[in-house]
Ligand binder design. Sequence first.
Ligand SMILES: [Zn+2]
Length: 483
Amino acid sequence: MKINDHPALYLFILFGLFFSEMNSQEEIYSKISVSVIEPSVPQQLVALGMAIDHYEHNENNTISFYVTQDELQTLRDLKIDLTVEIEDYSVFYREQSISDSENLIDMTRNSTVANGFDLGSMGGFYTYNEIAGKLDEMKQDYPNLITTKISIGTSIEGRDIWMAKISDNPNINENEPVVYFDALHHAREPLSMATTINYMFWLLENYETDGQVKFLVDHREIYFVPVVNPDGYEYNRQTNPNGGGFWRKNRNPNDGNCVGVDLNRNYSFAYANNNSCSSPDPCSGTYRGESAFSEPETSAIRDFLAVVAPKTAFSTHSTSGSYLMPYGFDTSPPEFDIYSEWASIFLSENDYPYGVTFQMLGYTSCGTTRDFMHSEGIYGWTPEIDGAGFWPPQSTIFDLVSENVYPMFYNSWIAGAYVDIQSHKLLGDALPGESFSLVVETKNVGVGASAENVTVAIEVSVSGVMVSPPVNYGNIEARTRAD
Ligand SMILES: [Zn+2]
């Protein structure tokens, strides 16, 4: 039979060709900058459904972010004053990769880049399958410290959402404070996953040699979900196997409308608080979905959190280089003192700024993971890993993951007890032949447990000074000071 003999089949094949042609067309993304001298501009952009949540703030009072060509046209139609910095990101990305190849040779691995962590095949980042392979590798190399990877649910296209737990006796649910880390809600933010995988390896590799790591792993249940949005991430691999894919949402077909739901707008707390902080439009990058938890990916996270009940959590993104605390939907934070006390310590080395979205960036976002977590009694952050765009030069990846190990380590500690020296002062004069007192104020800055049997001992590094025996502070309740 010739195809022409059968009109219906002929039409079908024509349609099929047309459809696959449409699919292979890659969306062009431009990087633009917009003046924010008028402070309401970021909120206006969000109200237009623009995904500006990872924007860069420039010194000339402009912000830079990425838009599709439709979004660019919308802004032009509205006569919004803008400058196009990068016309076509895919061209820029190819050039960046070429110019970075020499830097790659000189890339060094400092002590917080784990040996098990390396560059993946997709622009330096692990693919979805490579991540699964890394979880298997961890289990093989450290069978007593991590579980076999477990699927906590499947995505809309049926991919597994993998989870692994690091702890001593990992296959037993012990009564220890729980910490939770996830990444890749947004499919184009592979730095979130890279930072998380590196931290996992770092814990495992340092367990035998670092007493603090050993104590932590022995006394915590630390859960990791490195890819919340496997479909979106795989879609980026399919369109851009060498990195540079810009898909953000999941791959919900939305009944033939535009594809995808923004998973970080689909949580229930303050869901769709009003139309200015998430979008009702399926074509928007911040489309919130039909209802809270309409997506299998967010439902899986909700159900998992309900079972394990963490005390502290990071739901990591990239690339604005900041740590966002709840609430995203509101202009002021709850429990600001607690969040900021921690951040001032765990960000002391990498100098990332921290705060609530509205104070820092001038807009609100609702239905976010961190707001939901806080409403469920979990101290939840959205770390935004720094970096030159969603797909930074490969030679910068080691430094970017490295500078976020300490915040993750600290966040793991404070889920349980963590005693910190708050202050110390001398009473009396430190003169030869005299005695004086040293008052040391301590605090259990953790939230999950009381610190048992806390002892402070003084060691002196010079001869001729006598010190009193160690002082026992007894037990210090969570979030309590003692001196
Ligand atoms: Zn994000």
